[in-house]
Design a protein around this ligand. Structure first.
Ligand code: ZN
Ligand code: ZN
Length: 391
């Protein structure tokens, strides 16, 4: 049975025209949460479109600030915004365009600083990025928690739009060539400097290619939200010079590093990063996995630093990937300190009274507990209520 189409009053309903579209469900759009990663040229256009459509909740993630050179491709920014965080200006303008939209801003490095659970609890992820490493991160996160994401890329008058869906066709990493890995490797080769070196891509872009590609990205997100058919693992290639538009399918790589799902994920509704201690987590893990359960992290954690000149050890507790080079310098004597690193906590450490936040675990993280072959992924689900709050 076709559902009846309800036509509203155009005078008082801003979504009136969508009512004529047979499959469009405004309440589905209103209830959806979309994570937009990147608030640059593509992000501006995607956010504008989502706002016009009346998306319910949007998380805007970006680490950058606004400079005048952004203004030629960013419909949401003004010259008076110079120096502001992109997320803040974008959020303000989205609210201006449509006060119905609930917005959450998140300022940080998507590669290392967002809890994986955030990806689990959104309906669609739109990548509006200008670099390979952030795409690769999002791709691995989306695989880990089994969520589709929409990628967009622009260069001059060219554009690419792709939906990647774990287990359905090729993923982003399947499409990477040896050269891509080399470029990513160059940036990763010096982990201490990785964060400071993430520069804006120097790829030239135009407001037209940004709006064309972002429009398709938003449409794909809209289809995902409605549960409509998409074409994962395929690329829509748009050549604005010749006006050729075609679709091409990528082969799935047999040994793609991204193809790894976290299973099983166990939600811990009472756990919160700033309240739950490592000891608390061990109590839970030992019930499930036995006394030898250990907690493991994908990256290295700097537990302490040792200054050989001062012969002094200082507790530190910051993830290596988030460490700035200057932090390694001894504040007393200026010597470069040795790092005491770990990626595995066995349960006999002297810092188990620390909360997860106190060992640099972000809200809504997912943490691996393991005993031999048995593993469980604990989501710090209690953070959902505090993290997924929108204004
Ligand atoms: Zn792959
Ligand atoms: Zn020293």
């Amino acid at each position: 049975m076709e559902e009846p189409i309800i036509i509203t009053d155009p005078d008082s309903d801003r979504y009136h025209t969508f009512g004529y579209i047979s499959w469009w469900k405004q309440e589905v759009v209103r209830n959806a949460t979309v994570l937009v990663v990147g608030a640059g040229a593509l992000g501006n256009e995607v956010l504008k479109n989502l706002a016009l459509m009346g998306i319910g909740n949007v998380i805007i993630a970006d680490f950058d600030t606004i400079e005048d050179s952004n203004l030629s491709r960013s419909v949401l920014f003004r010259s008076s915004d110079r120096g502001r965080r992109k997320v803040d200006a974008a959020a303000e303008r989205v609210k201006e365009l449509n006060p119905d939209v609930n917005v959450k801003t998140w300022h940080g490095d998507i590669n290392f600083e967002m809890g994986l659970g955030v990806f689990r609890h959104v309906d669609a992820i739109v990548g509006c990025l200008d670099n390979r490493e952030a795409r690769l991160s999002i791709n691995r996160f989306s695989w880990a928690v089994d969520k589709p994401w929409v990628d967009g890329a622009i260069q001059e008058l060219m554009g690419i739009v792709r939906v990647f869906w774990p287990g359905r066709g090729a993923c982003y990493e399947c499409t990477l060539s040896d050269l891509d890995y080399q470029i990513i490797g160059l940036r990763y080769s010096c982990p201490l400097l990785a964060r400071e070196n993430i520069l804006q891509g120097k790829v030239p872009t135009t407001p037209t290619s940004a709006s064309i590609v972002a429009a398709f990205q938003t449409q794909e997100a809209l289809k995902l939200i409605h549960g409509m058919e998409v074409q994962p693992g395929k690329a829509m290639m748009i050549n604005g010079l010749t006006n050729d538009v075609y679709t091409t399918e990528y082969p799935v790589k047999d040994f793609c590093m991204s193809h790894s799902r976290l299973e099983p994920i166990v939600e811990l509704p009472d756990a919160q990063a700033d309240k739950t201690t490592l000891a608390d987590l061990f109590t839970i893990a030992r019930v499930e996995l036995g006394q030898e359960a250990a907690l493991e992290f994908d990256g290295e954690l700097v537990v302490s630093m040792y200054c050989p000149s001062c012969d002094e050890t200082t507790p530190f507790f910051k993830r290596m990937a988030r460490l700035y080079e200057q932090e390694q310098t001894c504040p007393t004597c200026g010597t470069k300190r040795d790092l005491n690193l770990t990626h595995r906590i066995n349960g006999d450490e002297d810092f188990l009274a620390r909360t997860l936040a106190e060992i640099d675990v972000p809200p809504l993280s997912i943490i691996r507990a393991r005993n031999g072959d048995k593993r469980v992924y604990y989501e710090i689900t209690g953070d959902k209520e505090t993290f997924m709050t929108f204004e």
